[in-house]
Write a new protein. Sequence first.
Length: 369
Amino acid sequence: MSYGDRGDRPRMDSGRSVDLSRRSSRGSRPRTTLGGSYHGPRGTSSRGSGLKPPSRGGAGYPLRERSINFQSGRARRTLGNRRLLILGALAVVLVILLVVGISSCMRACSADQQASDANPVDARVAAGVSEELTGEFSAALNRGEKLASIAANADKYADEGLLELALSQPEAIDFVAAYPDAEKTAQPYEDSVTEGTVPELYCWDSRWGAVDFVGRPLAITGSGPTALSMAYMGLTGSADKTPADMAQLVSEAEQTDEVSGMSGEFLENGLADLGLSCSTYTSNADNLSQVLDAGTYVLIETSAGSLTDAAHWVIVVSENEDGSLVVYDPTSPEVSARPWDPATLASSTTTLYALSAADAGTEADTAAE
């Protein structure tokens, strides 16, 4: 075999075939085909490079030059932490919204339940309570609220007797609460009146309670005029003389009393113009019962500490079948609500004032003799 010059001599490697027919287009050095050899980029060694070939057979893959970013790991961790924070914040917000929603739902459900269970007459009273008891509770609750208002505005009352009245008589609370702004004038009594029936009146009625009598509100001092007005309405069947009218007559006659408001002398001397007559008797149980049997009404001025703490006037209306007496006390619903023993009433005073229509006065005098 002849060879060309040394520069064209192929490079021989034991165990490898050389294709002499192919030459590089750029030079005379032949391109070798090495079975299973690593085909790396130019300038790299086919062996001993320290890189492991692919695990499976076939052509190798080229290595590409890449720039290395040493901060990419830290950036990824920072980004991951931010995502965790955002997710955590969203989770907290979601939990808060969930809790608020559940709470709102529970309150709404509770409100609906309470509304369905509410007393139809007064929501302040439990459901299922009878209408009658609900009405009583409502009145007491309203009075409680008004009593609180009276206490808060106590400095607006020039007469402390009104404050004492509100504390001692729940029925007077409405009147006392309205007193600071009330007109100090009397109003007519427009309820129906029947001869032979005594209406039950109280000093603190808003139609006359604010009128002055002996220098104070009639609500405090007007037991005498109020008792006399009750007797007048029962004897005549007329409502034209209210407690305020009677108070004016007593004041004009100058027969007032510092203790109980009205002097007994007015009853003895001032009733003619009213179409009434008055007879007086020594106070004892027998006289009290006999005078009532004659169809009259008896006014008595009770002493302090007997029926109530203060001296005041009451009217004895009638006698019950058991001998007890019906008393209307214009200062106390409690006294008016119970029957009274004649001896107890007689011992509370010294004089009985028996009132009747003027033409019936003689019959009453005869019955008591």
